[in-house]
Write a protein that binds this ligand. Sequence first.
Ligand code: PLP
Length: 390
Amino acid sequence: MITPLMPVFARADIAFERGEGAYLYATDGTRYLDFASGIAVTMLGHCHPHLVKALTEQANKVWHTSNLYQMPNQQKLAERLVANTFADTVFFANSGAEAVECAIKTARMYQSDSGHPERYRIITFTHAFHGRTLATLAATANERYLAGFGPKVDGFDQVPHGDLEAARKAIGPATAAIMVEPVQGEGGVRVAPPGYLEGLRRLCDEHGLMLIFDEVQCGNGRTGKLYAHQLFGVTPDIMPTAKAIGGGFPIGACLATERAARGMKAGAHGSTFGGNQLGTAVANAVLDVMLAPGFLEGVARKGQHLRQQLAMVAEKYPGVIEEVRGVGVMLGIRTKKPNDAVSNALRRHKMLSVTAGENVVRLYPPMIIEEAQISEAADKLDAACKDLAG
Ligand code: PLP
């Protein structure tokens, strides 16, 4: 018999009832060190006082008014994102997939508005993940996720990630854009190889294509930069983001240059809840913390320290850990054991992680992690490896 909750998730048998900073507390009182962060979402930890204040203050004022009226919180958030990135304009959504959907539509509209309505196809890459709507699934092109849902939405051409020549060869008269994650998350914490994003930028410039960086997972401070592409010194034309931008409150955003978004006029796109009063109040509070002087530099420093600690454990257990990879506090360990065995072992030692492609276990601590918690994580990983090595 089907469960009341549609059984599309394989859930662990734990329920959390409270969170504080880097810790989650289960209903039986057990404390877990949270290195999953709700899959790259709660990047300021749980119940950050500044975020709780912003949410409760807004909840006591007004929750929802629709996008038919001005929303000062939304306006302010857009202005701050524009001031701190390549972008000139922002559309707010509720999730990553919706933000990516807006990016796809913006790229197609740009071509149409430029006199090339025949250019609608988007080049995407192996190991990618762009979401679970029908279009973003087609962009993801993972057969496992597509099976059973009828014909794949047309308009996406997938090529091997890391191979510039393959991307060049895939460009045709119907190509509108190239879409890539600067650090592939679900695919296994795969940082773009040196020169790769620059090469894609060049290809786009040569062929009149839009460059889309999907920063739903790697964006919003986790790499030690506000957005991951800032590590590489390459800018996109369009950038969807979500997850950590709301620190746990659902909100997504699609950032674009003026040129890229010039066709996106009134009526071209929309959302009932996108950029709502509560979400934008919290996202502004997230930015307050992230843009405070020295905060992102601190994330980079903590990430390096964590990585060193993990590398020391890896050296001790070469039969369990093959590689530590990633950047900032977006780290992954590629294991020689099944990755779910490692993640389960960590959970037995009261630490949460998330599995990813290429047999990787993602370690995504909140950016407010303290030195003592980094050591605690290394000890728990050591204990988990010891169990598995034996
Ligand atoms: N794009 C990337 C890079 C992601 O990692 C994800 C989610 O994991 C998405 C898009 C889809 O986001 P959401 O699950 O919020 O729809």
